[in-house]
Write a protein that binds this ligand. Structure first.
Ligand SMILES: Cc1cc2nc3c(=O)[nH]c(=O)nc-3n(C[C@H](O)[C@H](O)[C@H](O)COP(=O)(O)OP(=O)(O)OC[C@H]3O[C@@H](n4cnc5c(N)ncnc54)[C@H](O)[C@@H]3O)c2cc1C
Length: 286
C-alpha cells in the first residue's frame, strides 16, 4: 500500500499526557480513511499556530531562513481507530542551545481537544518491508526517549497482524517515569509473552525496586545485545533515538572538533558488530 502524502485537515479528538513532558494527540480526519504504514510520520507547519506567529518571525530573522515543518512519527498502527502522534517537549539549555524550541512545547502542552490542525502525510521508510518480512525471525527494537514512537506503532502492528516474529525491545530512559507508553507496553508484553520481550534501561535513577519491574541500570551494552540476540543473521534492527544533529555536525566541522557518538551512533555500531546484516538495519533519529 503506497501512502499518499497529502495535506490533511484534522481535528484533535484526544490529548493524553504520557509523561511530564510528552503528550499523545489523537486525530480525526472525518470521513477520510487515512492510509499509512506503521512507522511512518506526518509533518506539522509551525506557521499555522497563532501563538507562534511572532516567534516564527523572530526566529526567521535570527536564523536567516524560513522555519521548516517539523516531522512526527505516528504512534498509531493502521488498525487503530485514530491516527496519533506523540510529542516530547524539547528541552532548552541556554548555555548550549542557540534557540529555544519552537513547536514541541505548543504541541505538548497547549493543543487541546478540538484544535484544528493542518498536517501533511503520511510518509517515511522506517517500516517493515517485504525483505524483512521474509528474512527476519527476530526484530530488535533499540529505542531511547521519544524514539519509542515509531517502534511502538510497528510492534502493535506486527502483534495485531499475527506475525510469528519475536520482538525484543531495549528501551532507554533517564528515569522510570520518563518511559512513554510504559503501561501500554507492559500490557502488550503480558498479552503476547512469547512474542514481545521488553528490557528497560534506566540511566539516571538507581533504585532496587526498578529491577523487580524489569529494568536494568545503565545504557545498553554490546554484551546485552549478544545476550538477547541468539541469531543475528535472522534479526532485523529498528534503531530510533537521539543522534548527532546536523547542527552539531556543521559546528564540529567548522571548529575541527571530534563528535562524541550518541545513542543512535552507538547502537548502530553495536548491531553491526554483533553481526546483524546491514540491509536488515533501519534507523531514525531527531
Ligand atoms: C522523521 C522524524 C520523526 C520525528 N518524530 C518525533 C516524535 O515522534 N516525537 C517527537 O517529540 N519528536 C519527533 N521528531 C522531532 C521533531 O520533528 C522536532 O524536531 C522536535 O519536536 C523539536 O521541534 P521544536 O520546534 O520544538 O524545536 P526546534 O525549534 O526545531 O529546535 C530544536 C533544537 O534545534 C536547535 N536549532 C534550531 N534551529 C537551529 C539552527 N538554525 N541552528 C542551530 N541550532 C538550531 C535549537 O536550539 C533546539 O535545541 C521527529 C523528527 C523527524 C525528522
Amino acid at each position: 500500500m503506497a501512502a499518499k502524502i497529502l495535506e490533511r485537515e484534522v481535528i484533535v479528538v484526544d490529548a493524553v499526557r504520557e509523561t511530564k513532558d510528552s503528550t499523545t494527540l489523537y486525530l480525526s480526519e472525518g470521513d477520510n480513511q487515512p492510509e499509512y504504514k506503521a512507522g511512518q510520520f506526518l509533518t506539522v507547519d509551525p506557521h499555522q499556530f497563532p501563538a507562534l506567529e511572532r516567534w516564527c518571525l523572530y526566529l526567521e530573522k535570527e536564523k536567516g531562513r524560513k522555519e521548516p515543518v517539523r516531522a512526527y512519527s505516528l504512534a498509531s498502527a493502521p488498525h487503530e481507530e485514530y491516527v496519533s502522534f506523540t510529542v516530547k517537549e524539547d528541552p532548552y539549555y541556554p548555555d548550549e542551545d542557540p534557540y529555544p524550541p519552537l513547536l514541541s512545547p505548543i504541541l505538548t502542552f497547549r493543543t487541546p481537544v478540538g484544535t484544528e490542525l493542518t498536517i501533511k502525510g503520511y510518509t517515511g521508510s522506517y517500516t517493515m518491508n517485504d525483505e524483512l518480512e521474509s528474512n527476519a525471525e527476530t526484530i530488535l527494537h533499540g529505542c531511547a526517549g521519544s524514539g519509542i514512537v515509531p517502534n511502538f506503532a510497528i510492534i502493535k502492528d506486527e502483534l495485531h497482524n499475527g506475525s510469528t516474529k519475536k520482538h525484543i525491545l531495549i528501551f532507554t530512559n533517564k528515569t522510570w517515569n520518563d518511559i512513554i507508553y510504559r503501561d501500554a507496553l507492559r500490557a502488550l508484553e503480558s498479552k503476547y509473552p512469547d512474542k514481545l520481550t521488553i528490557i528497560h534501561m534506566i540511566t539516571r535513577e538507581k533504585k532496587p525496586e526498578l529491577e523487580s519491574m524489569g529494568a536494568r541500570w545503565g545504557r545498553p551494552t554490546i554484551e546485552l545485545l549478544r545476550e538477547v540476540i541468539k541469531d543475528p543473521s535472522t534479526t532485523a534492527a529498528f534503531i530510533c533515538g537521539p543522534g548527532i544533529s546536523s547542527y552539531e555536525k556543521k559546528e564540529a566541522k567548522k571548529k575541527g572538533l571530534e563528535l562524541v557518538p550518541r545513542f543512535l551512533e552507538t547502537m548502530l555500531q553495536f548491531v553491526e558488530e554483533i553481526g546483524i546484516p546491514k540491509e536488515m538495519i533501519k534507523k531514525e533519529t531527531w
